[in-house]
Design a protein around this ligand. Structure first.
Ligand SMILES: [Zn+2]
Length: 431
């Protein structure tokens, strides 16, 4: 009870499952204020978040902003290695990453099937972390999940590849792993990594676009991830670009990702191959006539070799990319677009046409500064590195709690030793 009062008064209790044993040093302070009739207005050692929130003062708004906390702490977060985990549709990647974004060790496994219970995914994550903890100190764990994460970053609202529906992932994992856990969307963590260590360094208004099977995205302003009120901002892939266009699994038609993504690339190539178009002969030859074997990496390879049709497919994808980017520039006006994801491996085959289309479609072109469009630098590890770096923001909390835990354990040890010492004369005299 006493511990709960203290935690509430310091505004920590509702953020993290990791709460150290209560600190006896605070007991004296609290005892003097706990029963004071005008406690809320009386002199207090520390003004707390909850007090401000209760009174509705202007400062409460500032204090309540997660991103403000984030901005303060990414510079002051402890420079300890943390574990980042990227949970994608096919694989789970986990790695120990130091404070400079260097990957110290990396392990990976397959993503459990969608039919498996959320517990199985948790087991997978715990196994990876325990494996890494054999060789490294684990101070905190960051998770980048392919799905919608709520604004508190505690629950996964929905994940298309997993059985997560309103899954309280952060608390479940931090209870099992006994370290602080941070959960975020994988595009957000990738954007964070590119901003901290990659192509977006030094940019204060950055938009990340990840071209994989679909389009993911994230918005970073002044070093804060813009998550939106409900945590699901950045779903650029489902902006409508062609009314009545291709059907999208989201239920709508003409979504951007139906025209500019890995899926769009492969769909167009397969259509041409299935129609036995003469322009697709080298592609058909390469897969021995089996249209289903046409993949994104194969198209990229042929385009690099100069195959005219594959180059043209990338031009189409790139052009649609530029159109979407021009729309985003109109809405958000960032200084830099970072293009990541598997499809971005095509480099200038994709980004060249995207830059051209962006300039042609940018509203007010000629009268406004143009945002840079650059390729991401961190590759497929970006999501993992970003998750680990974000986890350092909560690692400090753990260290504080942990230090108290250690201090208390030491006090207990001294106490136990004293007991043993006082008992020892009798036991040593017995023989
Ligand atoms: Zn859609």
């Amino acid at each position: 009870m006493a511990g709960a009062v203290r935690r509430r008064s310091r505004g920590e209790g509702d953020h993290h499952a990791i709460t150290g044993p209560h600190d006896t040093r605070d007991d004296a302070n609290r005892a003097s204020t706990r029963h004071h009739p005008f406690r809320r207005w009386g002199p207090r050692p520390v003004s707390t978040y909850r007090d401000f929130a209760h009174r509705g003062s202007a400062r409460a708004t500032v204090l309540r902003t997660v991103s403000a906390r984030e901005r303060r702490s990414h510079l002051t977060a402890p420079r300890v290695p943390t574990v980042g985990i990227d949970i994608g549709g096919t694989k789970v990647m986990a790695g120990v990453v130091d404070a400079d974004g260097v990957i110290l060790e990396k392990v990976r496994t397959e993503t459990p099937d969608k039919s498996k219970s959320p517990k199985v995914v948790e087991d997978t994550i715990c196994e990876l972390v325990l494996d890494l903890s054999d060789r490294h100190d684990v101070h905190a764990v960051g998770i980048g999940a392919a799905g919608w994460v709520d604004a508190d970053r505690s629950k996964v609202l929905f994940a298309p590849h997993l059985a997560w529906r309103n899954e309280p992932l952060r608390d479940a994992l931090s209870a099992r792993l006994a370290v602080p856990v941070l959960v975020d969307n994988d595009a957000n963590t990738a954007a964070w990594a590119e901003w901290r260590f990659g192509a977006g360094r030094g940019e204060d208004h950055l938009v990340m676009i990840t071209l994989g099977t679909g389009i993911g995205g994230a918005i970073l302003e002044d070093g804060q991830v813009k998550r939106g009120k409900y945590g699901v901002a950045g779903e650029f892939g489902h902006m409508q670009v062609v009314p009545g266009g291709h059907r999208c699994p989201c239920g709508n038609r003409g979504c951007w990702e139906q025209y500019s993504s890995g899926n769009a690339l492969v769909r167009e190539a397969r259509e041409l191959a299935a129609a036995e178009s003469p322009v697709a002969h080298s592609l058909i030859d390469r897969v021995g006539g089996s249209v289903q074997d046409i993949t994104g990496p194969l198209i990229t390879e042929l385009a690099r070799e100069g195959d005219a049709m594959c180059v043209e497919l990338f031009q189409d994808i790139g052009q649609w990319l530029g159109v979407g980017i021009a729309n985003l520039a109109a809405a958000l006006d960032p200084s830099c677009f970072v293009i990541g994801g598997g499809v971005s491996a095509a480099d200038d085959l994709l980004i060249g046409p995207a830059r051209d289309a962006f300039r042609r479609h940018l509203t007010g072109r000629g009268y406004r500064p143009e945002a840079r469009i650059v390729k991401a630098q961190l590759g497929p590890e970006a999501g993992m590195v970003g998750a680990a770096d974000l986890a350092r923001l909560v690692a400090r909390r753990f260290r504080r709690a942990n230090r108290r835990r250690v201090e208390r354990h030491e006090r207990y040890e001294r106490y136990a030793q004293a007991l043993r010492n006082s008992a020892s004369p009798r036991t040593t005299q017995e023989p």
